[in-house]
Design a protein around this ligand. Structure first.
Ligand SMILES: [Ca+2]
Ligand SMILES: [Ca+2]
Ligand SMILES: [Ca+2]
Ligand SMILES: [Ca+2]
Length: 246
């Protein structure tokens, strides 16, 4: 019997490591950077501790974790972040947007995986400090998709000065087009999404200093920065509803 434990750990660990628990929210979530909603008290935390680009930051340079919730209209995110310097070098939202501090929210509506560099098979929403939402669209053109993600953040006045960053993410299918937009899908229990979260941290350098994410990525030719073009490196979210028994 001794040999059974390593066997089961080997089989199930990758599945649990990549699937993110989430909670259905009965009450509306107000996107204001204040995690006062009941679902934010009960949903489980997930870490932002996987290295993608740059040096691995110290805890006071960058540290982060997040929760996920959903209702029929959207996926909701609440991230808690420590970043010692908030930095927005490029006022033009379409220029070097990955080199400013930003949350990067990766979504693949049908969890298909695969290439999404020059199409909307999946989305890599760069949510800037000023709320602009940027991704590469058809022909890999940089486009603003501000109606896809509503966000707000607030920083605590007390050490370690946590930032609470809330986002409402509407989920668009791969038929989305900049020139002919379609409606977001309605979400339901059991639906599986491709999902990953990351944070681009820059504190004053010419280019981003750290890029840390929610999922381990296997490097290709030494490069782990694959999420913006390949949805196969995302994790999975299966939408769940808790059964409450009285
Ligand atoms: Ca709120
Ligand atoms: Ca930092
Ligand atoms: Ca897809
Ligand atoms: Ca920073």
């Amino acid at each position: 019997m001794k040999n059974f434990t390593p066997f089961w750990v080997f089989i199930f660990l990758p599945m649990y490591a990549n699937a993110l628990d989430n909670e259905y929210t009965v009450t509306p979530i107000i996107i204001d950077g204040v995690a006062a909603e009941p679902v934010w008290q009960t949903a489980p935390w997930h870490s932002l501790n996987h290295h993608i680009v740059g040096a691995v930051p110290t805890k006071d340079d960058f540290w982060g974790r997040f929760k996920l919730a959903w209702n029929e209209d959207a996926l909701f995110l609440m991230a808690e972040i420590v970043d010692d310097v908030i930095y927005d070098r490029h006022p033009d939202p379409l220029v070097n947007y990955w080199d400013d501090d930003c949350l990067e929210i990766f979504v693949d509506e049908d969890a298909s995986g695969g290439d999404h560099l020059a199409n909307f098979n999946a989305f890599a929403y760069h949510v800037a400090l000023d709320g602009n939402v940027v991704d590469l669209g058809e022909e890999a053109r940089v486009v603003l998709l501000n109606d896809h993600v509503e966000s707000a953040w607030r920083r605590s006045s007390y050490p370690p000065y946590h930032i609470i960053w809330e986002a409402k993410i509407r989920i668009f299918p791969d038929t989305y087009s900049v020139d002919a937009p379609v409606e977001p899908v309605k979400l339901s229990v059991g639906k599986e999404l491709g999902f990953m979260l990351a944070y681009c941290d820059n504190d004053g350098s010419a280019t981003r200093e750290h890029f840390m994410g929610s999922h381990p990525i296997i490097a290709i030719n030494g490069d782990k920065n694959l999420g913006y073009k390949d949805a196969s490196v995302f994790g999975k979210v299966t939408l769940t509803k808790r059964i409450v028994r009285f």
